[in-house]
Design a protein around this ligand. Structure first.
Ligand SMILES: C[S@@+](CC[C@H](N)C(=O)[O-])C[C@H]1O[C@@H](n2cnc3c(N)ncnc32)[C@H](O)[C@@H]1O
Length: 251
């Protein structure tokens, strides 16, 4: 049952819109005016009609993050964030430093994985991104385990003995010196990198800094369309996102 104060996603095939069921009447662009009280007491998944459109009432899910947050910079897709977490062995209770918060999508994924016992300290240079990311993260109802710090992840990181140090900044290799001081022996460094020449520079930098077990990869996902007459790959595949380099620090 949907309770007053909860958030829900109005979902149909064309859009996902996050709203808070706070009893207020809201004007939502592209949908219209909604009295949120009408959703209280309904079962999750119920279909409702608003104007001429029909929507399902769904619980917000992390995978829908890109559609629910306000984005300005390029984000790391949740599925790629999960892969980064896997290769950095990020699990409940881990302590992570992140650099380059942008819109906060990777921050949200990492916060969800480390759980209430974990710690995530995310450095960002720009005030406008800190403000946007904070508002996005608050929308997503995460654990109280994240902190946004205004600072340069290549210079200002104060945390030591961290389990993983993850950067999504234009020149990831510039963070390696700081990462050396911050990551515990055997811990992980990861960079999310838009182009192959930056990937090469990052991996060569990691080798120079003594990182081992280095893996670099690109993550592509091809949706399948299951129709009445047959099954085929979607025509709308996202052909490029970014590259990831991950490695482990040695003394
Ligand atoms: C592509 S965005 C990050 C997107 C983010 N990973 C997400 O999933 O939403 C890159 C961000 O890095 C920030 N940035 C660039 N250099 C930085 C540095 N040296 N230290 C901290 N933040 C930095 C930029 O201001 C920008 O917000």
């Amino acid at each position: 049952m949907i309770k007053k104060g909860e958030k829900l996603v109005l979902w149909n095939h064309d859009s996902s819109t996050l709203i808070k069921v706070d009893g207020d009447t809201k004007r939502i662009s592209g949908i219209g005016v909604i009295d949120t009280d009408r959703f209280v007491g309904k079962r999750w998944g119920t279909e409702v009609k608003i104007g001429r459109e029909r929507y399902r009432l769904l619980q917000p899910a992390l995978k829908d993050g890109p559609e629910l947050i306000d984005r300005k910079a390029q984000i790391i897709l949740p599925r790629i964030g999960i892969q980064i977490a896997l290769y950095c062995d990020i699990t409940c209770g881990k302590k992570i430093v992140e650099g380059g918060v942008g819109s906060g999508m990777l921050t949200a994924v990492l916060s969800s994985i480390i759980g209430p016992e974990g710690q995530l300290i995310s450095y960002e240079l720009r005030d406008d991104f800190i403000k946007r990311a904070k508002s996005n993260l608050e929308k997503l109802d995460l654990y109280d385990n994240w902190k946004l710090v205004k600072g340069d992840v290549t210079e200002d990181v104060e945390e030591r003995n961290v389990d993983a140090f993850i950067v999504d900044i234009p020149e990831p290799w510039k963070a390696l010196k700081m990462a050396d001081k911050s990551i515990k022996d055997g811990g992980f460094f990861a960079g999310y990198i838009p182009s192959t020449n930056q990937l090469e520079k990052t991996v060569k930098g990691m080798r120079k800094h003594g990182y081992v077990d280095i893996k670099s990869f690109e993550s592509l996902e091809r949706d399948m369309v299951v129709g009445d007459k047959g099954v085929r790959p979607s025509f709308d595949m996202l052909g490029h996102t970014g590259y990831v380099a991950v490695g482990r620090k040695t003394p």
